[in-house]
Design a protein around this ligand. Sequence first.
Ligand code: ATP
Length: 372
Amino acid sequence: MSLSQADILRALELVKLPASGQSLAASGRVADILIDGGKVIFAIGIDATEAAAMEPVRKAAESAVGGLPGVTQVLVGLTADKAAPSAGMQARQQAHRPAPGGPPPKPAGVPGVKQIIAVASGKGGVGKSTTAANLAVALSTLGLKVGVLDSDIYGPSMPKLFGITGKPQIVSGRTLGPMEAYGLKVMSIGFLVDEETPMIWRGPMVISAITQMLREVAWGELDVLVVDMPPGTGDAQLTMAQQVPLAGAVIVSTPQDLALLDARRGVAMFRKVAVPILGLVENMSYFICPECGHRSDIFAHGGARHEAERLGIPFLGEIPLAMPIRETSDGGRPIVASDPSSAHAKAYIALARQVQAALGGATRAAPRIVIE
Ligand SMILES: Nc1ncnc2c1ncn2[C@@H]1O[C@H](COP(=O)(O)OP(=O)(O)OP(=O)(O)O)[C@@H](O)[C@H]1O
């Protein structure tokens, strides 16, 4: 017998809120219920000042749902909403009830953040993080306020790519201030765990980390938040694609057939959770000899463009395989920031324009007001 949201809410009728004695189920605070086989994940909306008082409720909710037949694992998070929890959460909860047979429910947005996009790849090592970092800087050169969330739990690379050291500070309650580099706000799981810590985090832990980085970071006002996803198309990535309120996904691939096969899986994954695909980028597309300017299509370039056509998704552009891209990435100075007039930087800026166009009006920079 499979579990339903109604089963979860029934179990939560037995959990009472300390102040009012009202049941948690009736309080309208339960949101983002996700059921994946025997795994159940959901959030309890709180006011930031209630964190300590609501911790026993969170634990009670975990054990109430954990006692349901068929439940193997429960993860419950407290999430602080800027709006008053009851009314807002109630509305969200209504919005989260899936229509029978309809598309999967959409998670709630992040206050102040207009659009969230994922940069994803079907497999590791195709240059997803390098693309995400340079795309983020390129979007900011177009006049947008941009943040970067590095959710690549298995290999966080944003601290290195942006040359950021140190730890984020707590700004209030459980809320962390993001780090900053090149005018971007940056948060990475790499700031929160030691580089030596083995990355044995799996499944729901990945989700709880991303939820925290998404909702308990003082992002402020952003036009675009670029999320560097973990590579691959497994359970963790699928759940993440479902948990983050994504406006769209950019898929990065190299031109080789094998990488393209994985990219196809990436496209299928986002389609499954009804996230629009903004398009496919071909990274390490071609090589231009720095000595003589001769162009070599090392991996039979053009594969991604054909694949995009085949899949019916936009082709967003080609990024060359270039030593300066690797060197600046390794040195913590993304090429779009350190050498913005180079041909390599221009390739990322062209990509950013495509992404901005695909996202539509919501990411347009605010007009500059000139007083004469
Ligand atoms: N266009 C490019 N030209 C030259 N080197 C590149 C390019 N894109 C990425 N690289 C290099 O390739 C390596 C892998 O890139 P990156 O870490 O961005 O890949 P990834 O797909 O995010 O990997 P993982 O999935 O393991 O996190 C890095 O050393 C990076 O500097």
